[in-house]
Design a protein around this ligand. Structure first.
Ligand SMILES: Cc1cc2nc3c(=O)[nH]c(=O)nc-3n(C[C@H](O)[C@H](O)[C@H](O)COP(=O)(O)O)c2cc1C
Length: 256
């Protein structure tokens, strides 16, 4: 493999960290393709058949986020090897990894391995706090090394990993619960800059376009003033559930 190409959609950076760690276990020469700012990106991507791709997304409602599907369909695999990666917030990844693997096969990749890693939950800092941590990143690097070993020892007969998940995939959630600015907002305007879909007004950041918002919570995580919050009753209940039932540490799962 001459190079590794990294692709990630990662509004709060967990997936980016894992994809980069896996890639660094594979090969020194990395090309970064950040797919996060979906509203500004219509690029076509090509992976050469002698390269390998590491492609990662966060889990949204047990699925690959709908908002990234078009971007993933603009990556041409050309029969190259790919590693599928999801990060999830210590609840469950359900059908997401299987779905991502199937998308990559459709894009003409040979999926050689897949992994589900844990990242701090987008909705609350109290679940999977500060993950991925050093241990997670070490596991991700080792995973990259194992991928290289698999390819070297099975050059002519690479088997696809068996990945858990169901058909039909879990139904997508249709909930609308956009984060809103509150009285602590100091108009620093960091939140519109990190919004992947341009849903926050640059002049009045407390105004959110709820039709565009994908609820990724990048705006909440970037705010140093607690100036943004989730107020919807459904999501407040969901956060209570996560903080009660999803506290026990889960570990990354590797399929190779
Ligand atoms: C809309 C939405 C839905 C989510 N659904 C799930 C889920 O089904 N299971 C889970 O464990 N975590 C879920 N999470 C948490 C994220 O998957 C997790 O925090 C992930 O690491 C975020 O990745 P990023 O930092 O690359 O954006 C969800 C987060 C968001 C914003």
């Amino acid at each position: 493999m001459s190079k590794v190409q990294c692709f990630y959609f990662s509004p709060t950076s967990n997936t980016k960290k894992i994809v980069e760690a896996v890639a660094s276990g594979i090969c020194e020469e990395k090309i970064e393709n950040d797919l996060t700012f979906v509203d500004k990106n219509l690029d076509q991507y090509v992976v050469d058949s002698n390269e390998i791709a590491v492609i990662g997304v966060p889990v949204y409602g047990g699925r690959v986020p709908e908002v990234i599907l078009d971007s993933l369909k603009r990556i041409k695999g050309n029969g190259a090897y790919a590693v599928a990666v999801v990060t999830y917030g210590n609840r469950a990844y359900e059908d997401s990894l299987l779905e991502l693997k199937n998308i990559l096969v459709e894009q003409n990749f040979k999926v050689v391995a897949a992994g589900a890693f844990i990242g701090e939950h987008s909705y609350t800092k109290k679940v999977a706090t500060n993950r991925p941590d050093e241990l997670d990143l070490k596991k991700a690097i080792d995973f990259g090394k194992d991928v290289v070993a698999k390819i070297k020892t099975n050059t002519n007969n690479i088997t696809e990993p068996s990945i858990p998940g169901n058909y039909p995939y879990k139904e997508r959630s249709k909930r609308i619960f956009s984060p809103h600015g509150n009285r602590k907002c100091v108009y620093c305007r960091r939140c519109p800059v990190v919004c992947p879909v341009g849903a926050i007004d640059m002049r009045k950041p407390d105004i959110v376009d709820e039709d565009k918002c994908i609820h990724c919570c990048a705006c909440i995580k970037v705010c140093s003033f607690n100036g943004r919050e989730l107020l919807d009753e459904w999501v407040i209940e969901k956060i209570k559930m996560l903080e009660t039932n999803c506290i026990d540490r889960k570990e990354p799962e590797i399929f190779i």
